[in-house]
Design a binder for this molecule. Structure first.
Ligand code: 13P
Length: 265
């Protein structure tokens, strides 16, 4: 079984004080739930602050994005190397808000994933279809091409060991809408993505965690985590409430104990 991973994407939210409180609460949760991985992705300007809170502990610090270039005259950008130097262990790449609101292409996302790996960060590659694409039966085509763009580049550049990536399936229609995919809907897409990776690298396919994101909350977390293809959650809105986020983490932790007791019969 892959180690569950719950990660909060704070997006562009929070004050200096509320961010500190959220980081402290997530740090406490990570120290008490040692059988799962927990992470937070604060806005860039809060990363140094969060790094002080997580220092030396198990809470994984991540960024919400990184530049596609290594360094240089790119006003407003933040490089993967800078993030690593500030204590980040991972970065999201290709979040649907970056793709739809800021015009990021599959090629941009692939470049960012490569920069992250070069800097020693784990890229969390976000993929997901729109409602129109789902209704037209084009979910697999969409998420498959988003994933392929990244894997093609990483394999061509021989940057990595594909097992150093993480994938997040976030259907666009489920993000911030309160309308989560069902465990079955998510499970089907996760299984498809895993087969897609398997066709290139069977060993990596076994190890790569595929998280689900899109209206994950304390009420649906347990059901989602009971689906064997779902290795964790990328949480938006609910990660801004320390108590709700803790409950989601606890649901992930309990899912391990449930599957252990299922195995022992
Ligand atoms: P919500 O949990 O608010 O739907 O956001 C999901 C998301 O975009 C996480 O990256």
């Amino acid at each position: 079984m892959r180690r569950p991973f719950v990660i909060g994407n704070w997006k562009m939210n929070g004050t200096i004080e509320s961010s500190r409180e959220l980081a402290v609460a997530a740090d406490k949760e990570a120290r008490s739930l040692s059988e799962i991985d927990i992470g937070i992705c604060p806005p860039f300007v809060r990363i140094a602050q969060a790094a002080q809170v997580v220092a030396g502990g198990p809470l994984q610090l991540g960024a919400q994005d990184c530049a596609k270039q290594s360094d240089g005259a790119f006003t407003g950008e933040v490089s993967a190397k800078m993030l690593e130097a500030h204590g980040c262990r991972l970065t999201l790449v290709g979040h649907s808000e970056r793709r739809t609101l800021f015009g990021e292409t599959d090629a941009d996302v692939a470049q960012k994933a490569q920069r992250a790996l070069e800097a020693g960060l784990m890229p969390m590659i976000c993929v997901g279809e729109s409602l129109d694409e789902r209704n037209a039966g084009r979910t697999e085509e969409r998420v498959g091409s988003q994933l392929d763009a990244v894997l093609d580049r990483l394999q061509a550049e021989q940057t990595a060991d594909l097992s150093r990536i993480t994938v997040a399936y976030e259907p666009v229609w489920a993000i911030g809408t309160g309308l989560s995919a069902t465990p079955e809907q998510a499970g089907e897409v996760h299984a498809f993505l895993r087969r897609r990776i398997e066709s290139r690298d069977p060993k990596a396919a076994l190890r790569i965690r595929i998280l689900y994101g899109g209206s994950v909350g304390q009420d649906n977390a347990r059901a989602l985590f009971s689906e064997s293809e779902i290795d964790g959650a990328l949480v938006g809105g609910a990660s801004l409430d320390a108590e709700k986020f803790a409950k989601i983490c606890q649901a992930a932790s309990r899912s391990i104990h449930r599957s252990e007791s299922d195995r022992s019969g």
